[in-house]
Design a protein around this ligand. Structure first.
Ligand code: GAL
Length: 897
């Protein structure tokens, strides 16, 4: 008994000496026995989901597992944003410089049953995050437009979860970090409204500490999506990772470090560091702040053991309830620079900041800041220079959905997309039109992509009834500051975009808002330039005058097939500003679908059968010559860029097809703009970009396929994309002519009068007179079998997050793909601990829900996405089998690692 009392007293002493101690002492005073009793009891509680304690500062724990969820199509709780807003607004306080900080109302917010610990959620769905409630469909959801992807993203969603706290947790600051929740997130703990953040693409933090109690706690999150809130598929739900961060009350604040590398040479680099320490305790604290810089081994992904540099220790005092920013500078010898491949390597460093109780070795917090050492310069005549080397911007724009996985973030799915873009020779990404998942930038850093990090699609004037314009006034400053603070240490970010095709760009008032946003950016990050994508602002306009970089959407190549680039006008108006195509092309096509006749022009506005469209099937020809009225073929974009060599490069709309915005066929489920389709299968123009962006890759690619039983004797043009400068086409062994690239503005070889006969077509290409690459297309026989191949045959089992993407092709007996096959293929795990997650085929008109294991092949191909059951141990095998009526089945074996 005595030993127990001693233990209680010891715990009490520990708590009273912690930075929150004075507060607890004040509350409980001499009743320390009582406090310690509660705490000792609590520490014995059989926690099923403990928040483990630590003696050395920070813990960041995934909160993805174990949620209950329910979605309501009609408002179940009579709450709405405007009712909750007064309690949500204070969450922005750390990101407001102008105006007054927001006070939490003194009266209580409306009480809501779903947030109460006593609410019985046992009938709700059990799930893990990231979660997109809309992706399971079905399509054609009532009131959801084609633009938004026809999936049920609207409604109210409630998420609930237990959170168990230990006694020790009460001595800490406990934060909930949400990487992204779509949208209007409001958060309750134990029935208390903690706060919220409406912008569905923002990452945000809320402090749970005041509402946390020892033992079980009920965390409840309400989301709401209106119809007509987006121009594309927004996803729905807590679609990114969620974390609990436990720190000593004296800790490095949220996004509390900022590293810049203002001077760089081969011998040395200067790194400047600002660290913001906040004190949520009730006593001021003297601290020593120590930061060491380590190089990161790019293969192992781990930091090296010896520091590359150490900042001088900074002493500071952080007042109770306050924060303190300290600065330091260090020289790093022989720096390994970050730069985009293939010319450079994406070397990374990490700065490890330790906050110590002054004069002791008692660690209050440890905080890691990954960063890169690199310089970026923006040259009006020559474009972007990274570390003094010119890099032409070969970028794509992409929305955030991951095809059939929806908006639910998955690192491997994004990495697969980046790998494909890299194979194409792409070196840049635009986060159109909103902040990406944090892991997007981590991957971009590691793989060496340059990122145009974009935040808004509209400001005060909306593009849809319920989009961001409704909250722009209250939230734009906080959204912009938190976005920049979150992302500014990433070397991949080379510029900020604070708007896309902003409606105000051509009207009045736009320039003033642009200036305000630019000033905010500057105050948070003076090292990078800012821009917006302008599709209508003209050279010399008040709006364009504000831009640091002239970002041209479609104006870069000229809007419409006969227009030429507006860039020379902008160059004349802004001789000292860099100009790039922040958005280009918008070429339309459906993979593997060729529509005749083929336009003889370099770029044609799509529209019906004579202009590349099949209005019945709702497909656009894959000859890649067709675009909407404002868009252009890749060829035309290249031509205008080559005429105007000061253009720093382009961000093509888009790398991947995405859900929603199915221009020009509004009844479809997904877009036609991608260079790669929704399933991740390459369209022909992948090779057109590769021919220009990766000129050293020996490549030749013929289109169309050569299985046309209905075109015997008909003219069937053959086009070739290649990095070679000469090409000879053979039709059934007979030369159809050897051609040289006619001029610097020819980007494809065309034999437009080839007459179809079954057999084969072969191209042999040459560069500087030497044979370079060949390609052949053969007429396929009757479909006979399936073949299956996995993008990776090893898969991590532990968390079930890793994925294998399995491509199944319908082929003839010799293995030639049947390019028009549409057989129904069923994917199944026939042995081992795995699951089929989703299937797809890239057909924009396919309304079969993505979770259906049976998927029709489209243009001969179908995709199955597989994961290991969570908790699967290494060494086990998963066999995935694809079957289709009348065809020999195919299997692929995955090994769990
Ligand atoms: C642009 C817009 C994009 C997308 C694209 C389609 O004007 O910025 O979001 O809508 O058109 O071509």
């Amino acid at each position: 008994m005595f030993a127990m009392k001693k233990k209680r007293q010891a715990i009490c002493q520990k708590i009273y000496h912690s930075p929150r101690g004075p507060l607890l002492k004040m509350l409980f005073g001499q009743r320390s026995e009582y406090v310690s009793l509660i705490l000792v009891f609590a520490s014995w509680h059989p926690f099923h989901d403990p928040l483990p304690s630590t003696t050395s500062g920070r813990e960041r724990l995934s909160l993805n597992a174990g949620w209950k969820f329910s979605r309501f199509t009609t408002n179940p709780d009579r709450l709405q944003y405007n009712t909750l807003k007064p309690w949500m607004l204070p969450a922005a306080n750390d990101f407001l410089k102008s105006g007054t900080k927001r006070q939490r109302p003194s009266d209580a917010p409306p009480k809501v049953d779903y947030a109460q610990p006593s609410f019985d959620d046992s009938a709700w769905e059990s799930l893990n995050l990231p979660h997109d409630w809309a992706i399971k469909g079905p399509f054609n959801a009532p009131n959801v437009s084609g633009g938004m992807g026809r999936l049920p993203s609207n409604g109210v969603g409630w998420y609930r979860r237990n959170l168990t706290a230990k006694a020790d947790d009460l001595t800490k600051s406990i934060f909930l970090d949400v990487d992204g929740a779509m949208s209007y997130a409001a958060v309750w703990l134990n029935g208390n409204l903690v706060g919220g953040w409406p912008f569905g693409y923002a990452s945000f933090r809320l402090e749970l500490t005041p509402y946390l109690r020892v033992g079980d706690n009920t965390l409840a999150i309400r989301l709401e999506n209106a119809v007509q809130n987006s121009r594309w598929y927004p996803g729905a739900g807590i679609y990114r990772n969620v974390w609990i961060v436990k720190v000593n009350p004296v800790h490095v604040g949220q996004y509390g470090t900022y590293i810049t590398t203002p001077s760089i040479s081969a011998q040395s680099a200067t790194a400047n560091l600002a660290v913001t320490v906040e004190n949520k305790g009730s006593a001021s604290q003297d601290v020593d702040i120590v930061t060491k810089v380590y190089a990161v081994d790019s293969v192992a992904g781990k930091r090296l053991s010896d520091p590359a540099a150490t900042f001088a220790t900074v002493k500071s005092n952080v007042a109770a309830g306050g924060s303190q920013t300290v600065n330091g500078s260090v020289t790093i010898a022989n720096p390994l620079l970050w730069g985009p491949p293939p010319g450079q390597k994406p070397n990374l460093y990490t700065a490890v900041t330790t906050v110590l109780e002054a004069g002791t070795s008692n660690v209050l917090d440890t905080y890691e800041t990954p960063f890169g050492i690199r310089s970026v310069t923006y040259d009006a005549d020559k474009g972007i220079f990274v570390n003094g080397q010119k890099v032409y911007v070969q970028g794509t724009c992409n929305h955030h959905d991951l095809g059939s996985l929806g908006a639910a973030f998955n690192t491997r799915a994004l990495q697969r997309q980046f790998e494909m873009l890299k194979d194409m020779g792409s070196n840049a990404l635009r986060t159109s039109h909103n902040p990406p998942a944090p892991e997007f930038l981590e991957l971009a850093d590691k793989m060496g992509f340059m990122v145009l990090d974009e935040i808004f699609d509209c400001w005060s004037n909306g593009k849809t009834t319920n989009d961001f314009h409704l909250i722009f006034a209250d939230w734009h400053e906080a959204d912009l500051r938190s976005f920049v603070r979150r992302d500014r240490n990433h070397p991949s970010v080379i510029a900020w975009s604070y708007g896309n095709e902003i409606p105000e760009q051509s009207g009045t008032g736009g320039a003033a808002t642009a200036q305000e946003l630019k000033d905010i950016l500057r105050s948070e990050d003076p090292t990078r330039l800012g821009t917006t994508g302008m599709n209508s602002a003209s050279a010399g306009s008040a709006f364009a005058n504000v831009m640091d970089i002239i970002g041209l959407n479609y104006q870069g190549e000229g809007i419409g097939p006969s227009a030429s680039s507006a860039a020379p006008n902008f160059k004349k108006a802004y001789p000292n500003k860099m100009i790039w195509s922040s958005e280009s092309a918008s070429t339309l096509s459906t993979r593997g679908t060729y529509i005749f006749p083929v336009s003889s022009a370099i770029s044609t506005t799509a529209g019906g059968a004579t202009a590349g469209g099949n209005n019945t099937a709702q497909y656009v020809s894959a000859y890649d010559l067709y675009a909407p009225s404002w868009g252009s073929s890749p060829d035309k974009v290249f031509r205008e860029q080559d005429k105007n060599s000061f253009i720093a490069g382009e961000f093509v709309w888009t790398g991947f097809d995405y859900i929603g915005e199915p221009t020009p066929y509004d009844k479809s489920r997904s877009s036609y703009f991608g260079i790669i389709d929704l399933a991740g299968f390459k369209k022909d123009r992948f090779y057109l970009y590769q021919s220009r962006w990766a000129p050293n890759v020996k490549m030749a690619h013929i289109l169309p396929h050569w299985t046309w039983p209905d075109r015997l004797g008909q003219v069937t043009p053959v086009h070739v994309f290649t990095s070679a400068d000469e090409a000879e086409l053979f039709v059934n062994g007979k030369s159809a002519g050897r051609k040289k690239k006619a001029s610097s503005s020819t980007y494809r070889f065309r034999w437009d009068d080839v007459v179809y006969q079954p057999g084969d077509i072969k191209v042999v290409t040459y560069k500087n007179g030497a044979e370079w690459a060949t390609d052949t297309k053969k007429t396929a026989g009757d479909a006979a079998k399936l073949t299956a191949s996995a993008d990776r045959t090893t898969i991590k089992g532990a968390t079930g997050e890793d994925l294998s993407f399995i491509t199944v092709a319908v082929t003839d007996a010799s293995g030639e793909v049947s390019p028009r096959a549409s057989d129904a293929i069923t994917f199944a795990v026939t042995s081992g601990p795995g699951q089929i997650v989703t299937t797809d085929n890239g057909d924009p008109t396919d309304m079969t829900v993505f979770q259906n294991p049976t998927r029709k092949a489209f243009s001969g191909l179908a995709l199955g996405i597989v994961r290991a059951n969570p908790g699967t141990t290494a060494g086990q095998k998963i066999v995935v089998t694809a079957t289709a009526a009348g065809l020999t089945a195919a299997s692929v074996t995955l090994e769990v690692v």
